[in-house]
Design a protein around this ligand. Structure first.
Ligand code: AAL
Length: 361
């Protein structure tokens, strides 16, 4: 039978490509679907004394998020609004025990008064660092959101917060009188509206902080990733003059491989749903196109000795499911068909590379 050019590619180079990935998903216990509770945007997983640790956004609002027009001091605009960072531990990656809050919102007037959310973790020289997003009140679409850091000598805390955010949006652009950043009066730079999704790596003696930027005058779906580096984990962080370092991508997911940095670029932009690699951590190239990637994935961090394959640092982890879509809710199932749901509360699931299906069409 003759084959089309697309199927010749798929049966040949695409299938044999060690960067190609398919995923399978399973339910987790302890931090999975729970009516009335939001759990989302999990960090990478680290293993400490034989236990896995994960941090994530958690909220327990009085009702479903009400949107930006109706939000109040106690009613959240979004699932990640009025949230705190919680953590859970596990011995097998399937059964998790929720341990409680790690970093909570600050008092009125603090830079993190409205919400702390979307954490990432770095273990470095016996210390633990959480990087995460912070939001001020009131939380409108154009409220600047920044990135902050907290540290501790134990993964169980207590955590000390930085006195100020470590990355702020670029000061450029002007929103219109209705506060709609997409209809800007003056277009700003790619990260002038908000900075999100920090992920911290230690490489070549420096701290490399990747983050997502959204700009004034850009659509929400035009997010990209940038990089800021520092000699000290607590900063000051200097934004790279190469920014943005991707032209696409929503939640930042990066891991180290072969002296460079690999990333899952998903959801937004012309290169969405690709795995990319930059030998120098800056100049990313597409290595593969992936199928149904995990959303906001937090992969297990591994040590250098086990990092032998492109996807060794991206072999399993947690991700979130956002069951907003009404017809799926009417059917009473989440988008991946894994769990019966009564109301659309975001929840965490486990993903892993599907080795069996890697060569399956
Ligand atoms: C996420 C992340 C950030 C955004 C929102 C909550 O998936 O990109 O954290 O602000 O959505």
């Amino acid at each position: 039978m003759p084959k089309s050019a697309a199927m010749r590619r798929f049966d040949g180079p695409d299938k044999a490509n060690p960067w190609f990935a398919k995923f399978k998903y399973s339910l987790v216990q302890g931090i999975g679907y729970e009516k009335g509770v939001v759990r989302r945007d999990p960090s990478s997983i680290i293993s400490v004394n034989g236990k896995y640790y994960s941090w994530y956004t958690r909220a327990k609002p009085p009702c479903q998020p009400v949107g930006l027009e109706r939000m109040t001091d106690v009613l959240p605009a979004h699932p990640w609004d009025l949230a705190d960072l919680w953590y859970a531990t596990s011995s097998d990656g399937f059964h998790w025990e929720e341990q409680g809050p790690a970093v909570e919102r600050g008092p009125a007037g603090a830079y993190d008064e409205r919400s702390v959310f979307t954490p990432e973790v770095l273990a470095h020289e016996g210390r633990y660092y959480l990087v995460y997003q912070v939001a001020l009140s009131p939380n409108h679409r154009c409220t600047p959101e920044s990135i902050a850091i907290a540290w501790s000598d134990s993964p169980d805390g207590p955590w000390t917060k930085s006195p100020a955010p470590i990355i702020e949006p670029d000061e450029s652009g002007l929103v219109d009188e209705r506060g709609d950043p997409e209809q800007a009066r003056v277009k700003g730079s790619w990260d002038s509206l908000q900075v999100h999704d920090p992920s911290l790596l230690f490489r070549d003696g420096s701290f490399w902080l990747y983050y997502k930027g959204e700009g004034i005058g850009y659509s929400h779906m035009e997010s990209k990733w940038g990089l800021a580096t520092s000699d000290s984990p607590l900063g000051p962080y200097i934004k790279s003059s190469f920014n943005p370092v991707t032209n696409s991508g929503h939640e930042v997911v990066v891991w180290e491989y072969d002296g460079g940095v690999a990333g899952l670029v998903n959801r937004c932009g012309p290169e969405k749903n690709t795995i990319q690699f930059a030998a120098d951590g800056i100049n990313f190239e597409i290595k593969s196109r992936v199928v149904v990637p995990p959303q906001a994935a937090g992969p297990l961090r591994i040590d250098e000795a086990r990092n032998s394959e492109p996807l060794s640092g991206f072999s399993w982890g947690l991700s979130h499911v956002i069951p907003h879509s009404s017809h799926l809710i009417m059917q009473g199932r989440d988008p991946l068909g894994l769990v019966e749901i009564e109301e659309p509360w975001d929840f965490l699931i486990r993903w892993e590379l599907d080795h069996e299906r890697r060569t399956y069409i």
